[in-house]
Design a protein around this ligand. Structure first.
Ligand SMILES: [Zn+2]
Length: 159
């Protein structure tokens, strides 16, 4: 968009110079001779302004998309702060939900692999294992499965 602005300013300067020459012209023929140049400069200004309008509209769209992305990332960051890395007694790491007062969420564990890829995937109990429904990772968790791992599902973080 800076190139369009520079071009428009150049065309305005050219038009201004032509108008100044026309104002100081000695004859009608000389004025008429400059008129075509002035129309050309004005057409150039219009073309550059139209290009700037298109570029500006595009930038507004990009800004709005980035605003939405930042808002989603802030929410995802807040959500991620609700989990901490936890070692299962039989091996394997999970991100365990940190219970907080006043929250109705059920305790659950997340798959570390999916978590690091930006996917919030709640591990599900399957016999003596916890299984990730997204990447199918299996962790031995006999007797240590979070009681609430029986519930939950998969949702995507936006990061
Ligand atoms: Zn996973």
């Amino acid at each position: 968009m800076l190139a369009e602005i520079a071009s428009a300013l150049g065309a305005i300067r050219t038009g201004s110079d032509i108008a100044r020459d026309m104002a100081s012209a000695d004859s009608l023929d000389e004025v008429q001779g400059k008129a075509a140049d002035l129309f050309g400069a004005i057409a150039e200004i219009q073309q550059q302004l139209a290009a700037m309008q298109i570029a500006y509209t595009s930038l507004l769209g990009e800004r709005d998309a980035l605003d939405r992305e930042v808002a989603a990332m802030k929410l995802a960051t807040l959500d991620r702060q609700r989990y901490s890395l936890h070692a299962l007694p039989l091996g394997g790491l999970v991100y365990r939900f940190k219970a907080t007062n006043g929250r109705a969420d059920v305790a659950h564990d997340l798959c570390v692999h999916c978590y690091d890829l930006g996917t919030k995937s709640v591990l599900q109990p399957n016999g003596t294992h916890l299984v990730c429904p997204t990447c199918k990772l299996r962790l031995r968790a006999k007797g240590e499965a979070s009681p609430a791992a029986k519930r939950g599902g998969v949702c995507l973080w936006s990061v």
